[in-house]
Design a protein. Sequence first.
Length: 478
Amino acid sequence: MSNRQKFYINGEWVQPSTTDTLEVINPATEQVMDVVAMGGVADVDAAVAAAKAAFETFSQTTKEERIALLEAIIAAYGARMEEVAAVITEEMGAPTKLAKAAQAPTGIGHLMTALNVLKDFEFEEDFGTSRVIKEPAGVCGFITPWNWPINQIACKVAPALAAGCTMVLKPSEVAPFNAVLFAEILDEAGVPAGVFNLIHGDGPTVGAALSSHPDVDMMSFTGSTRAGIEVAKNAAPTVKRVAQELGGKSANIILDDANFEKAIARDVFGMVTNSGQSCNAPSRMLVPNARMDEAAAVAKAAAEKVRVGDPTAEGVTIGPVVSEVQFNKIQDLIQKGIDEGARLETGGPGRPDGLNAGFYIKPTVFSHVTNDMTIAQEEIFGPVLTMIGYEDDEDAVRIANDTVYGLSGYISSEDPERAKKVARLIRTGNVHLNGAPVDQNAPFGGYKQSGNGREWGRYGFEEFLETKAIMGYTPRSK
């Protein structure tokens, strides 16, 4: 039996407590690529017990010991990065080029960022006669999604290890095998037994047992807002810390002085990247009402240059969406956009021409959308752009903030100071000016129903620390 049908608990690959399995579907072919074991409450209990026991010693390791461990993990990850990329392509449909250039490298990027933060971090400081100490938060439970799978695993595991925490990971059962590779990498690097544990299962069974477990000190969850609410409810009785990175419906404000050809074409491509399956995708494009038709023509032309197809084929821009469930949801929302009166510029229902199997979506652009339409408010999570008109900068900010989400915002302007001014008015955790990319050193997270807490860089590292004050602590004389 391969490790895909086992769990990694207390430094060993072990048999699950159940015989239940789930077929993992290749979204490009709709064929079964393998099966993954589906665990139960007993597996959660075993993994948490291992993490709790390991915390006693791992929490006391020195900064230098954890630096050496992260360096070993980085070396082991680098040796298997192409393998990680290939698995991600197969199980969630990211084109080979994207998997090699972005998906797999994000894992090593977060490991390197955590290493650099750890090297420079001061865990103790004095305030008069009091010593303030930053200590590891404890046993952490991680639940991660399928859309940027290794990214969202590494951005939790790396800082938690650096902080001295121990952990139990439940990755998405839709795309679980990159997590198996990650566990093998950590094992090869010599992570002590019990520090990192991997179990598989569904949310209602394994996810709920993990988030409600009394010996779990912190939950870090990435996924839908609906599921995040359930995690928070399950965690509440034990008053554990909960960090959440949830849904988004990010506004992309094209100010009237922007270069429309450049900004809109760039951002259409950015929106459809990863088949639109990014929580921070710039899916609501706000353009001046007086220039809606002009902007829509640019967006239509850009979308029609996007090549959809087999993610392993040369020159493909986007592959399929991850599953039949996602495919059907996106199809329903596209139809709802048509039914509610948005103007369909390109794309629409059904698969792209020539693709009769696989969960492929036509890159779709709707213009003349109003912000009360379903496609303007609900996270679509597919390559679907909604274009909304505004009157002036104040109106654009109002529309941008008129959503339950607050993860990211995007602003394009030829005047940097004007863009910065608007950025300060957007109620989101991240704002990108003129196509600026994400930054793994900057905090990532959202306002409102996009979650709480921050990941990435120093801010993500500090999420895994508790603060202790010791009064009457007389510093040693130098």
